[in-house]
Design a protein. Structure first.
Length: 96
Protein backbone atom coordinates (compact mmCIF):
# COMPACT_ATOMS: atom_id res chain seq x y z
CA UNK A 1 0.00 0.00 0.00
CA UNK A 2 1.38 3.40 -0.92
CA UNK A 3 1.69 6.26 1.53
CA UNK A 4 -1.11 8.08 -0.30
CA UNK A 5 -3.69 5.42 0.57
CA UNK A 6 -5.55 4.77 3.81
CA UNK A 7 -5.82 1.16 4.95
CA UNK A 8 -9.51 1.26 5.89
CA UNK A 9 -9.92 -2.54 6.16
CA UNK A 10 -6.89 -2.75 8.44
CA UNK A 11 -8.18 0.10 10.60
CA UNK A 12 -11.60 -1.54 10.91
CA UNK A 13 -9.99 -4.88 11.85
CA UNK A 14 -7.90 -3.16 14.53
CA UNK A 15 -10.96 -1.36 15.88
CA UNK A 16 -13.02 -4.56 16.05
CA UNK A 17 -10.19 -6.37 17.85
CA UNK A 18 -10.17 -3.50 20.34
CA UNK A 19 -13.91 -3.84 20.91
CA UNK A 20 -13.57 -7.60 21.45
CA UNK A 21 -10.63 -7.07 23.84
CA UNK A 22 -12.57 -4.48 25.86
CA UNK A 23 -15.62 -6.73 26.14
CA UNK A 24 -13.53 -9.74 27.20
CA UNK A 25 -11.73 -7.58 29.77
CA UNK A 26 -15.14 -6.61 31.20
CA UNK A 27 -16.09 -10.29 31.36
CA UNK A 28 -12.89 -11.03 33.29
CA UNK A 29 -13.80 -8.31 35.80
CA UNK A 30 -17.56 -8.74 36.11
CA UNK A 31 -18.55 -12.02 34.44
CA UNK A 32 -21.06 -12.28 31.65
CA UNK A 33 -24.01 -9.95 32.10
CA UNK A 34 -27.52 -11.40 31.89
CA UNK A 35 -28.03 -13.99 29.17
CA UNK A 36 -25.04 -12.87 27.10
CA UNK A 37 -22.75 -15.33 25.39
CA UNK A 38 -20.05 -15.06 22.77
CA UNK A 39 -19.35 -17.13 19.69
CA UNK A 40 -15.72 -16.71 18.72
CA UNK A 41 -14.39 -18.24 15.51
CA UNK A 42 -10.70 -18.37 14.70
CA UNK A 43 -8.21 -20.12 12.47
CA UNK A 44 -6.56 -22.95 14.38
CA UNK A 45 -3.66 -23.18 11.95
CA UNK A 46 -2.45 -19.65 12.79
CA UNK A 47 1.07 -19.82 14.19
CA UNK A 48 0.21 -17.91 17.38
CA UNK A 49 -2.85 -19.98 18.36
CA UNK A 50 -2.07 -22.23 21.29
CA UNK A 51 -3.99 -25.46 21.67
CA UNK A 52 -3.28 -29.11 22.32
CA UNK A 53 -2.23 -31.30 19.39
CA UNK A 54 -5.32 -33.47 20.00
CA UNK A 55 -7.64 -30.51 19.64
CA UNK A 56 -5.73 -29.19 16.63
CA UNK A 57 -6.13 -32.61 14.96
CA UNK A 58 -9.90 -32.37 15.48
CA UNK A 59 -10.06 -28.78 14.19
CA UNK A 60 -7.15 -28.38 11.76
CA UNK A 61 -8.30 -25.12 10.15
CA UNK A 62 -11.02 -23.37 12.13
CA UNK A 63 -13.07 -23.65 15.29
CA UNK A 64 -15.93 -21.74 16.87
CA UNK A 65 -15.99 -21.63 20.65
CA UNK A 66 -18.80 -20.41 22.88
CA UNK A 67 -18.19 -18.47 26.06
CA UNK A 68 -21.39 -18.86 28.03
CA UNK A 69 -21.78 -21.00 31.15
CA UNK A 70 -18.74 -23.23 31.41
CA UNK A 71 -15.44 -21.49 30.82
CA UNK A 72 -12.60 -20.83 33.25
CA UNK A 73 -9.40 -18.88 33.67
CA UNK A 74 -10.21 -16.23 31.07
CA UNK A 75 -7.25 -13.90 30.62
CA UNK A 76 -6.90 -10.99 28.23
CA UNK A 77 -3.86 -8.98 27.15
CA UNK A 78 -2.74 -6.87 24.21
CA UNK A 79 -1.88 -9.94 22.14
CA UNK A 80 -5.07 -11.98 22.62
CA UNK A 81 -6.86 -14.07 25.20
CA UNK A 82 -6.62 -17.41 26.95
CA UNK A 83 -9.44 -19.56 28.25
CA UNK A 84 -10.11 -23.03 29.62
CA UNK A 85 -13.02 -24.94 28.04
CA UNK A 86 -14.21 -28.54 28.05
CA UNK A 87 -14.20 -30.64 24.90
CA UNK A 88 -15.85 -34.05 25.29
CA UNK A 89 -15.54 -33.59 29.04
CA UNK A 90 -11.78 -32.91 28.92
CA UNK A 91 -10.43 -29.52 29.99
CA UNK A 92 -8.44 -27.77 27.27
CA UNK A 93 -6.60 -24.46 27.45
CA UNK A 94 -6.74 -22.25 24.35
CA UNK A 95 -4.60 -19.22 23.61
CA UNK A 96 -5.90 -17.03 20.79
Amino acid sequence: MSSSEIDYPGLVDDALRGVARTILEQVVEDGLPGDHHFYISFETDHAEVGMSPTLRDLYPQEITIVLENQFWDLTVDEEGFGVMLRFDGRPEHLRV
